[in-house]
Design a protein around this ligand. Sequence first.
Ligand code: ARG
Ligand code: GLU
Length: 719
Amino acid sequence: MNHLKHLLVGFCLLIGSLVKADEGMWLPLLLQKMNEQHMKSLGMKISAKDIYNINTGSLKDAIVSFGGFCTGEVISSKGLVLTNHHCGFDVVQNHSTLEHNYIRDGFWAKNNGEEIPEKGLFVTFIVRIEDVTKQALSGVSVTMSESERQSAIDRNIAELRKNIKKESYQENFVRGFFEGNQYYLFVTETYRDVRLVGAPPAAIGNFGKDTDNWMWPRHTGDFSMFRIYAGKDNKPAEYAADNVPYVPKRSLSISLDGVKEGDFTLVFGFPGRTMEYLHSSAVDQTVRVNDPVKIAIRDKALAVIDDFMRKDETIKIQYASKYAGISNSWKKWQGEVLGLTQTNAVAKKKIYEAEFQKRVNASPAWAKQYGSLLGDLESAYAELEPLGRSRDYFNEIISRIELFTMAAQLNNALNAQGKNNYDATLARTKERLRDLYNEYNPEVDKKLFAVLMEMFYKDQPNEKMPAEFTQRAKESDFDFAKMAEQLFKETDLDDGEIILKALETDPAALLAKHKTDKANEVYLALVTGFSANTSGKLNEVQGRINKLQRTYMQAQMDVFKEKKFYPDANSTLRVTYGNVKGYNPRDAVRFDYYTYLDGLMDKYKPGDYEFDVPEKLRTLYQNKDYGPYGSNGKMPVCFIAMNHTTGGNSGSPALDAYGNLVGLNFDRVWEGTMSDINYDPSICRNIMVDIRYVLFIVDKYAGAGHLVKEMKLVHPKKK
Ligand code: ARG
Ligand code: GLU
């Protein structure tokens, strides 16, 4: 109780300035109105108009969505783009062979001719953003059902998109914000000829791998470079050998002065997804149910894969990227649980809700409109809990067992049979299966099946088990290794050669056979069981929650008028800002805000999979040969700040008070990954590579100084 009282006092002090400094992913077009003053008070020397202005060029013209999943920025007048190593990694992997191992050795094009085109890769610029809430919600009323509401909005959006002023080579889309209470239009320009210019070896670009991932102190040079190509008229054009380097409206200047503690930084990019306005019971469920379920399943999956990877070099290569993907979220969720627990996120949300209810009750109009909202949310989330738990078991386990992924792929083709999209679907299935089998080992999958299906059976109530599945389990005496052994014998799905060949020679016969394939029968029994027991009800409850959360979002904005609200991330362009700052991860431990090459060398383990250091880098270190990039005889590597970032902000530029590039965002600290749900300034930090380390690697390590010559380097502090 005392604890609660302390929190209450803290809350009252807080209520005057409800936005915690540094929290927020802001819409660039609203900066002037909402943030400029605050940004200047934190040290920013430029104006909101320098960041976003649709009439004259502004910093936003140098920012791109990189392939739709990361961020990149233009850093030369010849269309050179900087992003993360892990964002460009697939491209590097696709062009690596045993003779030209760009993953291991890095890649640097010596001239434009050597740059490598990548089919399907694109970058998107944002031309302008407009609030279209009024048009989008015209005719929408509270009495409409959710589906009526959605159709009305879809119709409005289709209508308004017909009349947009834009050039023929531009595109546009409309997206919902604040849980669908507001809508914004984006006019965009997408360039589809993007070529790989360079990437450091993985030993630099992914130094520390999974052990260091989501961790501070960090020493990863997580960057790669691409170039945008345009038609001769500088407009977007499909790939053509004679396309020319794109001349951007704006490219970023690069500061060689570094940052010190307290300095202002701004991160500009495309954050993917956050959930900052949930009811406390949703946060509680994440901590108590959903994250732990997913973590426990991945614990087992990762242990199985790791075991095989250690024993077999081929499996190690085949599963490396899969393993990194599974482990990335697994580690993030653990940090999330830790952070939410450590900062009493649920208790803080409850205090916030109590204040909300108090204000609502004090106004008859609000009481009528919002009086029962919190109670309704609480009971809806209580209904969701067991359903969400089954969903997580189902999704996590089904997607880890690749036999089921193969089955699902063939079912797609099967379902398209006799329809006019059959050929296209079959082609896609083939391509997808070829990729899947390339990185597939049936022994690993069999073990995953045994371990995970046992978990699926034992951890869930019997009534959730489809009868066919229980029957099969019974036939194997509930020995899931035995069940796996038997099933893998009966099916061909684990044999890529057979399946891919049959797909080429006689797809119709293969699909006919697939109908009675034993593994497919098990898969379909699980899918059917899940829809019968869970998904219908789950969708109904989730639909209700979506509507309640939308109302709650609007209610919070009505009731806490003194608070500045930012919309949850939705992969649209945002600005986040804050100061460079260390943190205390736990009692008596203080983390500084900078790392240096000395720290990287402390981690060096010769020959190690994660912590080996290339010889050339060791030599440069021994000779302190840092060129103009070192600082006081040391080579800075990474730094942290209070910018509120999330997945998708990978590759985002970190700008200084003057708008110069000082760092490249690539991660967050483990204790603070809960910023997706509840940002807390005490432990939430984003991690950036120092731009001087990037240039040092390009110039001194890779000998690609010609690229640095393209860039504009400045010394703002020496002005
Ligand atoms: N944690 C970062 C992100 O979420 C980096 C991931 C890539 N690095 C890795 N070791 N898996 O994307
Ligand atoms: N590594 C993440 C990404 O790929 C960014 C780090 C984060 O989630 O904050 O987008």
